[in-house]
Design a binder for this molecule. Structure first.
Ligand code: FES
Length: 124
């Protein structure tokens, strides 16, 4: 059902945890299943220098969040904001079946919230 890459990120998730002095935090609850994901970002000169996550959800959600953190570290905010749930699914070797795509949406949308939070803090 899941690709080897999904199982690898599920069993050994990367960048799990919180960033206490995060520049942006995004947390969302899936309307479909009620699971939660929080994404924390650290930003330096417009680039995401660190990203961590906490996911209270299924294997696909944990793997998606883990993959997302690897995808965004080192990217500019402009590049990161364009990352979609399907980009995450492709990066996981298309290893998430259709009924679980919403788990990747949770990760992608939580990153969007973290970036929004970063920009709103900059305006204050
Ligand atoms: Fe809830 Fe996957 S079933 S995030």
């Amino acid at each position: 059902m899941y690709s080897e890459k999904v199982m690898d990120h599920f069993k050994s998730p990367r960048n799990v945890g919180e960033i206490p002095d995060a520049d942006g935090v995004g947390g969302l609850t899936s309307e479909i299943c009620g699971d939660h994901t929080f994404v924390y970002i650290k930003v330096n000169n417009g680039m995401i220098s660190d990203c961590k996550f906490r996911t209270f959800g299924c294997a696909a959600a944990i793997a998606s969040s883990s993959m997302l953190t690897e995808m965004v570290i080192g990217k500019t905010l402009e590049e990161a904001v364009k990352i979609t749930s399907m980009d995450i699914v492709h990066a996981l070797d298309d290893g998430i079946p259709e009924p679980k795509i919403h788990c990747s949406v949770l990760a992608a949308d939580s990153l969007q919230e973290a970036i929004k939070d970063y920009y709103s803090k900059q305006q204050k």
